[in-house]
Design a protein around this ligand. Sequence first.
Ligand code: NOJ
Length: 746
Amino acid sequence: MSRKYLTQAWCVLLVTGISLSCMAQKTIPSYHQEIESLMSKMSVEDKIGQLIQENGDQGHDGSIKAGQVGSVLNVVNPQAIHRMQQLAVDSSELGIPLIFARDVIHGFKTIFPIPLGMAASFNPDLVQQSAAIAAEEAASVGVRWTFSPMVDVSRDPRWGRVAETFGEDPYLHARMGTAMVRGYQGEKLSDKTSIAACAKHFAAYGAAIGGRDYNTVELPENVLRDVYLPPFKACVDAGIASFMPSFNEINGVPSSGSAFLLDQVLQKEWGFNGVVVSDWESVIQLQTHGFTDSEKESAYQSFMAGTHMEMNSKAYANKLRELINEGRISMEKLDDAVRRILRMKFELGLFDDPYTHTADFPPMLNDHNKALAKAVATESIVLLKNEKNILPLTGFKGKIAVVGPLADSPHDQLGTWIFDGDKADAITPLTSLRDLFGSKNVNYAAGMAFSRSLDKDLFPEAIEAAKNSDVILVFIGEESILSGESHCRADLGLPGIQEEFIRQLAETGKPMVAVVMAGRPLTFESVFDTFDAVLYTWHLGTMAGPAIADIVSGKVSPSGKLPITFPRHVGQVPIYYSYKNSGKPASDATWERLYEIPPEAPQLSIGNTNHYLDYGFEPWFPFGFGLSYSTFEYSDINIQDPEVSMGDSIVISAHLKNTGSVKATEVVQLYVRDLVGSRTRPVRELKGFQRITLEAGERKKVVFRIHTSELGFHNLDMEYVTEPGAFKAWIGGSSGADLGIDFSVN
Ligand code: NOJ
């Protein structure tokens, strides 16, 4: 048997320009002989059967017995899985096991923060551990394939699925996405606790026009390659087992039928040898897009482009045989798809033991899992404001008003895509705050039944609770149903009458802390001043309550940083930190403010810059921003050699000092700008980050090492190049860091 051995290595990904610690790709058997021996026994129908993914546990028994199903999604009952697997293994002629798939997105039973929240932790190690837990829990019922990670860079908070992303940055996406791949797939896929991961949605799904789900994407190829593809390439390099094309079209070609994406880029350029599974009915949607005129042509275009398995719709089942008979699809092409699917099943060990022995697994939602969920949730919280150090409430002796529609909303704190999570397992902030401060010290009144409520009937109770307290914790934001697939918003404000609720609470004159739960950045600048402190907590999952309580009480200092730029107004979208300078960059000095322009002022064309009259040019909060209960000082930025030779590493360092009075963690970020390019380059790009924990007063040197290949981009000839010339680097606590140093690459 020919076996391919890959060594464990730290790799630098030259093509993407992203330096990542690559997954240990080791000792992966090719199963060549086993696959070929099985293939020799398979009829064309058997082969087509492997390309079919059915939904649910009803109505497929006959086709499973006939060997016409390769995979099943959305069955999580272990008995149902066992029964269907038995049919495949014992009653079909070839006994090829099924692979059961599920959307395990941010946890299975133990729910972790939504991916956007996890990204705020800037902690890939914890994210990897969370994925490992999700894998173990899912595998314990027989699910061996998840449609995650989603590595869709998105710069549009209107898009509902931004909640499922790791934010706006390709580098952060690559780090988090590969961490999840490592977590799901473990040391080796054949481990009973490992599940196959799936990079989705390939590609540029997050660039839908207007932030409206499934919408058209118009994107120049260099932007696609520089911004949207690198996280996917990183997943390939991390050994991911599968890919899913996106629902959207890019430049007129829907991804499920895109030979450019699936064949040229994924297979030929990146050498991906795993499975491409369509998105839900995305094969037949090629016709709806207006890309094909029939189910048969949809099957043809999708299969020829490189979609190996069809999810739910029946174009492959109905039409592939005909297309093969007509000679339009070759046996070679069919065999290639079947081999990939069989290989995934062999790698998962399904041929050795197709059944799951649930009793061999630790219980779901065990203490370890919950502790990890709490740790990730705690690190995902971003402190946006803390005037007069109102937080933390360490040793607080007075009464605390806990109000707002999301203080005790176990369903909503779980976030979007939690098919298997149960609100009964969720610990809410109200419960944890009562535990921590004592029930008699907590005055609770929701004030609003849910975030979109337009009813003021419950206001008085909450105002009363506030009046009887010494501090108000107000839990505002969005219910989980307001983000996620197809749940996009044109308005990023607080829904319902939350602003009015906040204003009435503020009239009590009590200090007020906002705890915002949301699946996206929200804009609420008009009531921001009413708060003394603001914690942005996303949807934190099962352990939201204990995590928020630890932050509020000061047991832990906040360390989360924004993985996406917060606009002041939705009209600024798309707004992101790695923009281009333009020929007329805006500045505070040149911004003509809407209400300062005199009536009938002459319209000039000189001295103008690229701002909005009303909202200027800056975001509300920049990417990478997040406060702490301590303060940090950056100094002494240094570069080992300011004249770097092409092909060498660049070693940049700075000193970080905890200048506050409590132990705290800071996410130290490295940004670089290529000052002159044959194509203009963004004003900054994230190239590294490290979480550094320091005791009060402690100082540490933080060193980053990057390779010149990580400074490249796709030039006019669509080649990935690092161009020699002048660069600038910054080290600091957000994308607005001002401690910089010049260097050149020669
Ligand atoms: C549609 C979604 O786009 C995708 O992310 C998901 O994995 C599939 N449905 C399966 O549920």
